[in-house]
Design a protein around this ligand. Structure first.
Ligand code: PEP
Ligand code: MG
Length: 600
């Protein structure tokens, strides 16, 4: 639930003194470590000091990046190129001119060698100096030039490949950023990343879904974070109570005595063992428990923790692993491994849920509003060759294994029919070529109101459906799930969201099709009684949530959850629903919540 005091200093203000900031907890756990401030938009990077011997290497990296940018810009500025149109040619010619300015390059190189800093930081600082000079100019034409400079700086950052890919963090680093990209979390996870603090990003942002899956404590919602914290500050990140303590005093460490500096703890009690992939309510209702897997590491049998299979594999995270679009064989190997790890359980592979900017990685292709743009299955249908390759890999992996396909962001029957026809054609050709293939079931994500309104037709066209409450909430309420400033409007328990879920589960029963809840709601013991009362019989969640959800289901009666939902469906506001759920959980089921659970 949004917290009005987020980001306010609640004790003293002086830099070297202890400061506490209220925040929103998005991944539970406590960590004590040193701040590393991350900058950048599409590519995130941070200040890194280098030794004298590495200066030459850093300069070479910079020059190679500039050469790449020059090649890209020449192509874009070429009036005969297929990409060109008049004003674009002019703009990119101007960019080319700026980039050819030797004094700019000399200034960047000088910074690298005199300040002994990484290329990313030197580029940013040099461009920021230039931008500052343009911004104060009274002439509007010159003032606006900073946008061009910013664009060029971003292009160089992209060409540098982002600092985070090559560079390891010091052990015990707490990464601080305005906003965090999921790929950055993936890239940093194997170095010294201990915890995350951001200004923006909601509970359902992919970065925080990953943080929970990887067991990295995280808090968000601290305004102007980069002005409040500096690289090197010692901080305590309290992801149980939603707070950050900077420069903690000795007595404050006593409050966190279970955690050592440079380490993190994720839970305050031992996890419950979950049974055979199901939890049963007190009155005998069996609920299936499945795992969401984003990074294949999460699919190790020990981490699957008894789940009945992998309910959702977000395959787009393979892009990070393979540094771009994975080949058919790379995908096949990854999917086959997942199926082996899931054993007898099913694996549901969602086709790439990326936007066009992530596919082509060119600033000129970036959309103003990617959440409503050419993404997910739309992108697959617009570039059918990519979809075809992914289908082929899944078809191979499904041979003698239970591997299914899920289509993301479907908005109607045509998306399903077009995808199915590509799948069937591919399967027929592979069979003809004597390649071993399986016969995967085809399901869809229910994430958009249009498919809820057409749910009868949709369920008659597919084999099963995954209820993606993260996006469904976003699109029903027109509230960006990644934008903390509209979190007050992003209400998982909004009456309209509950009504949509009910429409879907009722139709699932009518058509005898499995409906699996797989958004972040499904992994929260607080929301689980509501989902079960709404008729959900299958929940897919991050593996760390399995035991908490198991404990909650095992301690409630199905009839009680149905009674609760009957009451909720009569309420008119999200606030009233939240209050009613909180009251019921507090009075009946508080003992089933983990002791450190933050009630959302
Ligand atoms: C969802 O939208 O609820 C979902 C599970 O998909 P993602 O979080 O990857 O968008
Ligand atoms: Mg989604």
């Amino acid at each position: 639930m949004p917290n009005s005091s987020q980001g306010k200093v609640i004790t003293s203000q002086k830099r070297s003194q202890e400061m506490r900031f209220k925040a929103r907890s998005v991944s539970r756990g406590i960590a004590i470590g040193k701040v590393v401030c991350l900058m950048g938009d599409t590519r995130q990077y941070y200040l890194r000091h280098i030794v004298k011997d590495d200066v030459e290497k850093e300069l070479r990296r910079l020059r190679a990046a500039i050469r790449l940018c020059v090649r890209q810009l020449k192509k874009l500025a070429d009036p005969n190129s297929s990409l060109a149109f008049n004003s674009a040619s002019n703009i990119f010619s101007a960019h080319l001119l700026i980039l050819s300015d030797q004094s700019l390059l000399t200034a960047i190189e000088h910074r690298i060698s005199s300040e002994l800093i990484n290329a990313e930081w030197a580029v940013r600082k040099t461009f920021d100096d230039h931008i500052a000079r343009y911004r104060v100019m009274s002439d509007e034409h010159f003032r606006d030039k900073y946008l061009d400079l910013d664009d060029i700086a971003e292009r160089i950052m992209t060409a540098l490949g982002g600092g985070t890919q090559q560079i390891g963090l010091e052990p015990g680093s707490v990464v601080v950023a305005r906003e965090l990209r999921p790929s950055t979390v993936v890239e940093l996870r194997n170095s010294g990343l201990l915890a995350l603090i951001t200004e923006h990003g909601g509970w359902t942002s992919h970065s925080f879904i990953l943080a929970r899956e990887l067991g990295i404590p995280a808090v968000t919602g601290i305004r102007r974070i980069l002005r409040k914290l500096s690289t090197g500050d010692l901080v305590i990140v309290d992801g149980f109570n939603g707070q950050v303590l900077v420069n903690p005093e000795p007595k404050t460490f006593d409050e966190f005595s279970s955690v050592k500096t440079g380490e993190s703890v994720l839970r305050t009690e031992a996890p419950a063992e979950i049974g055979n992939g199901f939890a049963t309510t007190l009155d005998g209702q069996k609920i299936e428990l499945l795992a969401n897997v984003d990074v294949p590491r999460g699919a190790r049998a020990s981490l699957l923790n008894g789940a009945n299979g992998i309910g959702l594999f977000r395959s787009e995270f393979l892009f990070n692993r393979f540094g771009g679009f994975p080949s058919e064989m790379q995908q096949f190997t990854a999917y086959r491994k997942l199926a082996d790890q899931a054993g007898k359980g099913v694996v549901r592979i969602r086709t790439f849920d990326i936007d066009v900017g992530q596919k082509v990685d060119r600033s000129e292709d970036r959309e103003a509003n990617p959440a409503l743009g050419l993404r997910a299955i739309r992108l697959g249908l617009a570039y059918p060759n990519d979809l075809r390759i992914q289908f082929r890999a899944i078809l191979r992996a499904s041979h003698e294994r239970k591997v299914d396909i899920v289509l993301p962001l479907v908005t109607g029957i045509s998306d399903i029919e077009e995808s199915r026809s590509i799948l069937e054609k591919e399967r027929a050709e592979m069979l003809e070529d004597g390649i071993d293939v399986g016969d995967p079931s085809l399901g869809v994500m229910i994430e958009v109101p249009s498919v809820v309104l057409q749910i009868d037709d949709v369920l008659q066209t597919v084999d099963f459906a995954l209820l993606g409450t993260n996006d469904l909430t976003q699109y029903i309420l027109a509230a960006d799930r990644d934008n903390e400033t509209v979190s007050n409007w992003y209400r998982t328990l909004h009456p309209a969201v509950l009504k949509c879920i009910k429409l879907v589960t009722d139709a699932g029963r009518k058509h005898n099709k499995a409906i699996v809840a797989c958004g972040e709601m499904a992994g929260s013991p607080f929301y689980v009684p509501v989902l079960i009362g709404l008729g959900i019989g299958s929940l897919s969640m991050n593996t760390h949530s399995l035991s908490n959800v198991y404990r909650m289901i095992s301690g409630i009666a199905y009839d009680e959850s149905v009674e609760l939902v009957k009451l909720l469906l009569k309420l008119r506001t999200a606030e009233a629903v939240e209050q009613a759920v909180r009251k019921t959980v507090d009075t009946k089921w508080a003992h089933l919540l983990p002791p450190d659970m933050v009630v959302r």
